[in-house]
Design a protein around this ligand. Structure first.
Ligand SMILES: COc1cc(O)cc(C/C=C(\C)CC/C=C(\C)CC/C=C(\C)CC/C=C(\C)CC/C=C(\C)CC/C=C(\C)CC/C=C(\C)CC/C=C(\C)CC/C=C(\C)CCC=C(C)C)c1O
Ligand SMILES: C[S@@+](CC[C@H](N)C(=O)[O-])C[C@H]1O[C@@H](n2cnc3c(N)ncnc32)[C@H](O)[C@@H]1O
Length: 327
């Protein structure tokens, strides 16, 4: 597996450090190389010693990104079928609920980070298209004197059918995006949709670009969650909304016992049987247990500068949707 080029960038913690590293990269330098300035080498050694978690494993920070990349490269082709099997289709309801919470207005510019195979983007396009069609129907009913040609013209323009709304799917993994693009082609999604390879911790977009930022089942995999949240804040327009759908903490002790049983005894077995990949699904359930609780995550979102942060737990807290605004 070839880790993405931006792998070296995973070994930073703050923005300044990231920029310095990027500068070194552009100059073809690495801070660990003997030719690099002493201060950069010392910082690099310090960073190398910083540990994080990959599921229940403790790993050096700079290794986590590569490991996560491998997981999703490995599961990409079976990803959608696995989700339906493991969740008995419930993940579809959770994703629909995210859209209902979002209620995008005509002309919404959405960025779906860690968008993978496009589930959120396709739901968004369906939603805005049906909203726009209803609006057009209402307008047509009000303009009874239009000719048939004029009516047909209104329905023909594909770009127009979305009322100016657009979605950009951004994901770090080429294989996940490849599967997503194939799905889009097969299901006839073309207009208003773009696919971008990029890291949630260092988004390849200008400041104040998007009305809504979504991340579904993605942020748990990011090495520096605080950095990803700051990036979300940066790319949103003032007034823009952050929405995150992620596994969370089950508070009912009985459900929690059943959930643990299902997670640890069933999910990796399904992973092995269906996708031939026990390890990736073991990582999935372990990473869920490592993720902060609803309240802790809410605080992290507030720390990144978001206001009016709220959350809603779904299915007894198996997942939660967090929402916040950039003011
Ligand atoms: C590598 O990384 C990943 C790979 C991926 O493919 C996906 C993701 C990201 C995840 C998504 C996009 C979401 C979709 C994927 C999942 C939901 C899989 C993860 C699943 C869990 C962590 C477990 C929770 C699942 C659910 C609540 C869905 C519903 C499932 C059931 C109700 C289980 C029913 C199954 C059986 C009855 C089969 C027999 C099971 C046993 C013998 C074991 C014992 C099990 C039980 C007694 C029942 C299980 C009970 C629960 C799960 C709790 C029920 C809770 C309530 C009803 C509130 C990715 O990062
Ligand atoms: C469980 S999938 C979620 C896909 C999709 N959002 C969904 O709900 O089905 C997690 C995705 O996060 C992506 N990912 C992991 N780390 C990332 C990062 N640092 N930046 C962008 N995407 C990342 C993975 O490549 C993968 O496609």
């Amino acid at each position: 597996m070839a880790a993405p080029k931006s792998c070296a960038l995973w070994s930073y913690c703050g923005r300044g450090w990231s920029r310095a590293m990027r500068g070194c990269q552009l100059l073809g330098l690495r801070s660990s190389w003997p030719g690099a300035p002493l201060s950069a080498r010392l910082l690099s050694q310090e960073k190398r010693a910083t540990k994080t978690h990959f599921g229940f494993e403790t790993v050096p920070e700079e290794e986590k990104g590569g490991k996560v990349y491998q997981v999703f490269e490995s599961v990409a082709k079976k990803y959608d079928v696995m989700n339906d099997m493991m969740s008995l289709g419930i993940h579809r309801v959770w994703k629909d609920l995210l859209l209902w919470k979002m209620r995008p207005l005509p002309g919404t510019q959405l960025l779906d980070v860690a968008g993978g195979t496009g589930d959120i983007a396709f739901r968004f396009l369906n939603y805005v298209q049906s909203q726009h069609q209803s609006k057009q129907k209402r307008q047509l009913r009000a303009q009874q004197n239009l000719s048939w040609e004029e009516i047909a013209k209104k329905y023909q323009n594909e770009e127009d059918s979305l009322g100016g709304s657009r979605v950009v799917v951004c994901d770090i993994n080429k294989e996940m995006l490849k599967v997503g693009k194939q799905k889009a082609l097969a299901q006839g999604y073309r207009a208003g949709l773009a696919w971008v390879l990029g890291d949630a911790e260092e988004l390849p977009f200008d400041d104040d670009k998007f009305d809504i930022y979504t991340i579904a089942f993605g942020i748990r995999n990011v090495t520096h969650i605080d950095q990803a949240l700051q990036e979300a804040h940066r790319v949103l327009k003032p007034g823009g909304r952050f929405l995150c759908l992620e596994f969370s903490q089950v508070n009912n002790p009985l459900i929690s016992r059943l959930y643990d049983l299902y997670s640890f005894q069933v999910i990796p077995v399904l992973g092995e049987v269906i996708a031939g990949d026990w390890k990736s699904y073991q990582y999935l359930v372990e990473s869920i247990r490592r993720f902060p609780s609803q309240e802790e995550f809410k605080e992290m979102i507030e720390d990144a500068g978001f206001h009016k942060v709220t959350y809603e737990s779904l299915t007894s807290g198996i997942v939660a949707i967090h929402s916040g605004f950039k003011l």
